[in-house]
Design a protein around this ligand. Sequence first.
Ligand SMILES: Cc1cc2nc3c(=O)[nH]c(=O)nc-3n(C[C@H](O)[C@H](O)[C@H](O)COP(=O)(O)OP(=O)(O)OC[C@H]3O[C@@H](n4cnc5c(N)ncnc54)[C@H](O)[C@@H]3O)c2cc1C
Length: 325
Amino acid sequence: MPLSKESLDSLLSVVARFVKERLVTLEASVAENDRVPDAVIDEMKEMGLFGMSIPEEHGGLGLTMEEEVLVAFELGRTSPVFRSALGTNNGIGSQAIIMFGTDEQKRRYLPRLANGDIIGSFALTEPEAGSDAGSVRTTARRDGDGYVINGTKRFITNAPKAGVFSVFARTDVNVPGAKGISAFLVPAGLPGIEIGQPEKKMGQHGTYVSDVVFTDVRVGRDALLGGVEGQGFKAAMQVLDRGRLHISAVCVGVANRLIADSVAYANQRKQFGRPISDFQLIQAMLADSYAETLAARSMVLDTARRRDKGDDVNVDASACKMFAS
Ligand SMILES: Cc1cc2nc3c(=O)[nH]c(=O)nc-3n(C[C@H](O)[C@H](O)[C@H](O)COP(=O)(O)OP(=O)(O)OC[C@H]3O[C@@H](n4cnc5c(N)ncnc54)[C@H](O)[C@@H]3O)c2cc1C
């Protein structure tokens, strides 16, 4: 159910104020210390931001896609690091469970993901499987009543803080490509799971991306997402569709912030005896940026609305991400 207009306006203004008054002031220190303070994480939990996209019956806010992108426009107006802290719980770390999980899997994980007690991570990419995600080599071999997982996952966001991984692994090595892949919900503390050192990144200091190595990790049959083999690739692609729209909206927010900062700077910086905003070339660049950002915002909102109606937005979500980012 969509929120009432008053509830949505109130949520958006609370988030906008939190971004402006709290998060923006912390940007430099978070980048310097490579860490979002725990107090800020706790405030985001209290606001319900870890469970924006998780259904209300499982403890989340149950936002529609349109409502979620409106919140993401606001969250984008600061360093994306803050959004990343709660991003996987709202997106790639929870959506597979929401879309494909059994009732028992939903009950076990969603309430704790929604309140931020645990962090969900999405483990698809491997050293040899990036864009070609259907070529994953990680295996989940049937063993008695469960499975044994072996393989290496790469660039896994929030892995060092994760409580549960959605792991994509090949259950049938005789079926090549996407069809042989299944998804598993794997608690992070199981024996045989090793988290690599966080990668050194060019930006987004304060977010963590690591390898996750699985060596003979035993899981029960109840770890198989939805209780069905061979659905993993389909699940991953549907989760990523949603994630693409969310990231597109964050990019729109970032662009709005950059335009606001650029206008402020152009008004303040003087050369040749006047503010550089007086020069037509500067004005034209700002106008181009504004128009492109409005186009991105319109694409994202339209695609989110159509997704809420049940349309297949697979191609358009990718187009949004390409354009907005
Ligand atoms: C910050 C960050 C966070 C991430 N978080 C996660 C996560 O949480 N979970 C997860 O599973 N993965 C995650 N990833 C991995 C991400 O999904 C992969 O980086 C992505 O799929 C690309 O794979 P690759 O890096 O191996 O690049 P490659 O696939 O090797 O691509 C290299 C280059 O080749 C180009 N290329 C590839 N195929 C084609 C083609 N068919 N035609 C033309 N050009 C092509 C690409 O565009 C790119 O320029 C993350 C990555 C980053 C950088």
